[in-house]
Design a protein around this ligand. Structure first.
Ligand SMILES: Cc1cc2nc3c(=O)[nH]c(=O)nc-3n(C[C@H](O)[C@H](O)[C@H](O)COP(=O)(O)OP(=O)(O)OC[C@H]3O[C@@H](n4cnc5c(N)ncnc54)[C@H](O)[C@@H]3O)c2cc1C
Length: 345
């Protein structure tokens, strides 16, 4: 069976903020042939397009006047096995956490710190997902994607993805130009744990744990995340709404004159940020009095100042307004302009 393009489709259940938005057209991609069929269709050619995974990094501020393409390509397999490493291919519509569990169950190291991040495999390279001291770029081998213009499948090496902190070529130069169909990861058979991240280290020390397998780390990360982050099924959210801030050292010294307690980290320095010292955006938001604050149907989470939430019935516009207010108050107080991590539509 070929593709079925639906009209005036409700996206409320397809975004983790749970905001109401309709799209003019909607289609699910279940096999690679569907992509080719879609790309030559008139509806696709004549309308604005939006590729959608789990909708966990998107805020719909209005109805979408185009076609939403939902990635339902499924399959996880080991495609190459060497002495020390394996290549695992995940189709773009697979749930990311399922791929993590597939790997940790087999004892492969590399992505266990990225457990429980919502969304699909196909979206992971888009913002180079990261957590607990690890980013997807650390184990990503290549990305397979279909070019809209030509319909051709292209393979991107890790380097060609131009990864940065929550950035990639797919979010910048090639935004909206490629549909990511699968991602290939290179994982280690030999122990290669990364427990340098402070929260992780503290948890391990406090509970006197010994890490023997990637599953040990995955279990800890799951436990920490569950205690800290709201479950979107209960409280609509998209994880961190803002990116952390990277500052030049001298700018930090200047700020320290007025705010001697400003936290800063040198250790989790991502590759290409342009700055040098990381300032947690959550701290800045908290200092401006936003943590736990509620305005109507929207608010800032009480445990995590980086997370904006929908208490029920919020519109995307309300959430965007709240984020604008936060950005402007932080600029007024610190002279720092926060950047949104979430994609506004
Ligand atoms: C509770 C919670 C916790 C989170 N924690 C983290 C975290 O720790 N670290 C982190 O990095 N992120 C985190 N996130 C954000 C989010 O989970 C990730 O960004 C995730 O990779 C988004 O996947 P998705 O499938 O939901 O993408 P979507 O939200 O559907 O899409 C995100 C972007 O990618 C594009 N896109 C999606 N699929 C494709 C494709 N196949 N081809 C081309 N473009 C595509 C979309 O057009 C959009 O621009 C969190 C979110 C939530 C709700």
């Amino acid at each position: 069976m070929g593709i079925e393009i639906l009209k005036n489709y409700d996206l409320s259940k397809l975004n983790t903020f749970g905001v109401k938005a309709n799209t003019k057209f909607f289609v699910e991609i279940k096999k690679e042939d569907d992509i080719k069929e879609l790309f030559v269709s008139e509806v696709f050619k004549n309308n604005e397009r939006l590729f959608l995974g789990g909708g966990s990094n998107i805020l719909f501020t209005k109805d979408f006047d185009g076609i939403v393409i939902s990635n339902k390509l499924k399959g996880i397999e080991i495609i190459e096995e060497g002495k020390d490493s394996v290549l695992i291919k995940g189709m773009g519509g697979e749930i990311w956490h399922d791929l993590v569990l597939f790997a940790v169950d087999k004892g492969y190291w590399g992505i266990e710190n990225l457990s429980l991040i919502p969304g699909t495999v196909g979206a992971t390279p888009v913002q180079n997902i990261g957590a607990y001291g690890v980013e997807i770029k650390d184990s990503l081998e290549r990305v397979e994607a279909y070019e809209i213009e030509s319909g051709e499948k292209k393979v991107f090496s890790n380097k060609e993805c131009e990864f940065g902190y929550r950035e990639s070529i797919f979010k910048n130069k090639l935004k909206g130009k490629y549909f990511i169909s699968s991602v290939i990861f290179k994982l280690n058979k030999e122990e290669s744990k990364n427990t340098k991240y402070r929260t992780l280290q503290e948890y391990i020390e406090k509970n006197n744990l010994t890490i023997k397998s990637p599953k040990d780390i995955s279990d800890i990360v799951i436990e920490i995340r569950k205690s800290k982050l709201p479950d979107p099924r209960i409280l609509g959210n998209a994880g961190s709404f803002f990116k952390n801030v990277f500052l030049e050292k001298n700018k930090l010294e200047e700020l320290k004159n007025s705010y001697p307690n400003i936290p800063s980290f040198e250790e989790d320095l991502p590759a290409q940020t342009g700055g040098i010292i990381k300032i947690p955006a959550g701290w800045l938001i908290e200092q401006c009095g936003w943590k736990g604050k509620r305005i109507g149907n929207v608010g800032v989470h009480e445990k995590q100042a980086l997370v904006l939430v929908n208490y029920g019935g919020a519109t995307g516009e309300e959430l965007k307004d709240l984020s604008d207010q936060i950005i402007s108050s932080i600029n007024d107080k610190f002279g720092i302009i926060l950047t949104r991590e979430v994609n506004l539509i």
